[in-house]
Design a binder for this molecule. Sequence first.
Ligand code: CAA
Length: 282
Amino acid sequence: MAEIKSVGVVGAGQMGAGIAQVLATAGHRTLLFDASAPALEKGLAGIHSRLGQAVEKGKMDAATSERAKQHLSAAGSLRDFASCDLIIEAIIEQFEPKAALFREVDKILRPDAILASNTSSISITRMAAVTSRPDKFLGVHFMNPVPVMQLVELIRGLQTSDDTYKAILALCASIKKTTVLALDGPGFIVNRILCPMINEAIFLVQEGVAPTDIDNAMKLGTNHPMGPLTLADFVGLDTLLYILQLLHRELGEDKYRPCPLLVKYVEAGWHGKKSGRGFYSY
Ligand code: CAA
């Protein structure tokens, strides 16, 4: 792969739409697909609205915003990805749906095209193994909100080739993101450290400390932009629980045990900001 010019993004949720936005803004031909037509519409509308806001705030000139819109289009089906140099998957965080998607796009794409997953937790080596091109497969984990956060964690599977890694490094540089190389293990770097910290904050809530006191302590005491409980609501309590369960299961240590209060909130449907209630009400 000489240079990645056209990218297909699968999944138009918060992450997929954010990824499509930064790619199109940097001038890559970007196709966004979602199996749900309303989700695709919502994702595209969100991108257009954020580009508009950036111009209004004077953070982006009108020509760049216009170019981004022109470089972004909706894919009617996965077959539209046939000429893409790279596919970035940002769908539901479960192995089977991701594997099914990769099996399908593997058949559609050119043999030299690269497959990437925005997974925050699933083994890259395991997903790569369902395709005919494990050397052209890797993890590209963006942080939420994608247009704002500087970092992308890159994860090489057992068989990822140097050429694939180099092509993705160049792509990340073109969208002005900073990369780190993580191991293909549970939680990579950020979630391995972040999720236990948030879990500890939830244990404190369970022991009777007020969420606002915990958040203020971490914001004012350690200069975190958001307190851990606000961040938990922002990431989604269901997502947080899923990652903690994975860390607990795969690393096998008690220190990763999800706080029972977190389990209870998720059982109650309190999934954070997206559901209207978590540690705070929205
Ligand atoms: N999409 C795009 N832009 C957004 C946004 C979104 N969802 N939310 C906020 N922004 C932009 C705002 O438009 C604003 O842009 P300008 O500076 O250009 O005006 C900028 O971000 C700052 O926003 P605000 O002034 O409204 O609020 P803030 O100063 O509190 O910043 C924040 C918001 C950037 C989210 C900040 O609170 C922050 O950095 N929080 C921590 C986020 C974090 O830790 N993310 C990683 C989560 S872990 C993860 O993603 C991995 C995983 O797998 C779970």
